[in-house]
Design a protein around this ligand. Structure first.
Ligand code: NAP
Ligand code: ZN
Length: 361
């Protein structure tokens, strides 16, 4: 994982020191709320007065290919040499996508399908304002294809951010629901990474540490306790390092249709399906020892379903107006994803439909 990580309260104030020599034109890629409310806007504008700075703040949640193209056009027009991605997973992923498109032109969809592009992307520095995706330390960027209604992930070692500043103070402004949703995303990452068939003991160690931290701190973080928010920023970064080596597995790819077709936020979508997923793993996982450890961690909180429901999330798909008529389509979208093959169980399309049915009521 080649990204240089600067972690700690107040570290966003050191941004200037991490900008490589010779850079003068910088593009900040962000979204309006997180940029302003996290305090990043003021910190960045104050520090970077000596640079030619432009701000592209049109990144939407689950960024579309269209936004990337707009941002890349601006980067080219302004001869951008460095991109700073500020926000949650959406702006940080958009920063990676814009850095790639700005120098390669062409279409992001093609690069995703071919899993390659020609020229080295512009360097990216990330400042995370949510504690969930771990995008600040991953070689992934997730986009929405509005035409086909699906999420597509660019996975390439050249899109790791060059440097990421994880300053927990930037997360203090997250409202409770975003804190909970993103925190449960981090929990899914840690859990899925260690269950993945390509995990290894170093990843397992970080993943279990991360899971324990989320279970011990998410409730206090949601209640705005700063110490707990600091730990969540650390835990989600650890979980990001884990998936940078393993990717996620069945739970994440099953959750994508909930976001695409029903607008459920990414982390919440994972949380809704988590109890049914764990039940499926109990029946079928080949990774029994790790699964037992995961279940034991949850057991101290009354089990996964109780923990998630205690965080205010209803795990019944029926409560979100999702009906079983959709499950065939959801399963068709899921079964074609590569991450099926690193899930520690043989998974059929019918298994996926059954799993959605278990999460229905
Ligand atoms: P997000 O979509 O980046 O942001 C969600 C909401 O949080 C937005 O409404 C945003 O506000 C608000 N927000 C962010 N930080 C805030 C702050 N400090 N204070 C107040 N509001 C704040 O959420 P996310 O869960 O972090 O990212 C989800 C995306 O990341 C999805 O597209 C998902 O697929 C992707 N993802 C990527 C990876 C990876 O490795 N690259 C891994 C997992 C998930 P505004 O938009 O209104 O400004
Ligand atoms: Zn995720």
């Amino acid at each position: 994982m080649p990204t240089k990580i600067i972690f700690g309260c107040g570290k966003a104030k050191t941004l200037k020191a991490h900008i490589p020599h010779g850079i003068s034109n910088i593009l900040v890629v962000t979204d309006p709320t997180s940029f302003q409310e996290s305090g990043a806007r003021q910190l960045i504008l104050e520090q970077l007065v000596d640079y030619t700075l432009r701000v592209f703040d049109e990144v939407e949640e689950n960024p579309s290919f269209e936004s990337l193209e707009k941002g890349a056009a601006l980067a080219r027009e302004t001869q951008t040499q460095l991109i700073i991605g500020v926000g949650g997973g959406s702006p940080m992923d958009a920063a990676k996508g814009i850095a790639t498109l700005a120098v390669n032109g062409g279409s992001m969809k093609e690069y995703i399908e071919e899993a390659d592009f020609e020229s080295e992307p512009l360097p990216v520095i990330c400042l995370s304002t949510t504690s969930g995706t771990g995008s600040e330390v991953t070689p992934y960027a997730v986009f929405t294809d509005l035409e086909q209604g699906k999420k597509m992930c660019l996975a390439h070692p050249k899109i790791y951010p060059q440097c990421s500043i994880v300053d927990p103070e930037l997360t203090y402004s997250m409202p409770e629901s975003i804190c909970v949703n993103t925190g449960l995303d981090a929990l899914s990452h840690a859990m899925e990474a260690c269950l993945s068939t390509i995990s290894h003991p170093m990843i397992d160690a970080l993943a279990f540490q991360s899971m324990q931290m989320v279970l011990d701190n998410l409730e206090d973080a949601a209640n705005n306790q700063k110490g707990a928010r600091n730990i969540m920023a650390y835990a989600s970064m650890l979980a990001g390092i884990c998936i940078s080596q393993t990717s996620t597995i069945l739970l994440h790819i099953m959750a994508y249709p909930l976001t695409i077709y029903h607008g459920i936020p990414h982390g919440k979508a994972n949380a809704i399906l988590m109890p049914a997923f764990l039940r499926f793993m109990e029946q079928r996982s080949t990774s029994t020892e790790k699964l037992d450890r995961i279940l034991a961690i949850f057991a101290k909180r009354g089990g996964a379903a109780a923990f998630i429901s205690n965080m205010g999330i209803d795990c019944r798909l029926a409560s979100y107006g999702i009906t079983p008529n959709s499950f065939e389509k959801f399963a068709s979208d899921t079964i074609v994803k590569d991450d099926i093959h690193i899930t520690p169980a043989k998974v059929t399309k019918q298994d996926i439909i059954d799993l959605y049915n278990h999460a229905y009521t």
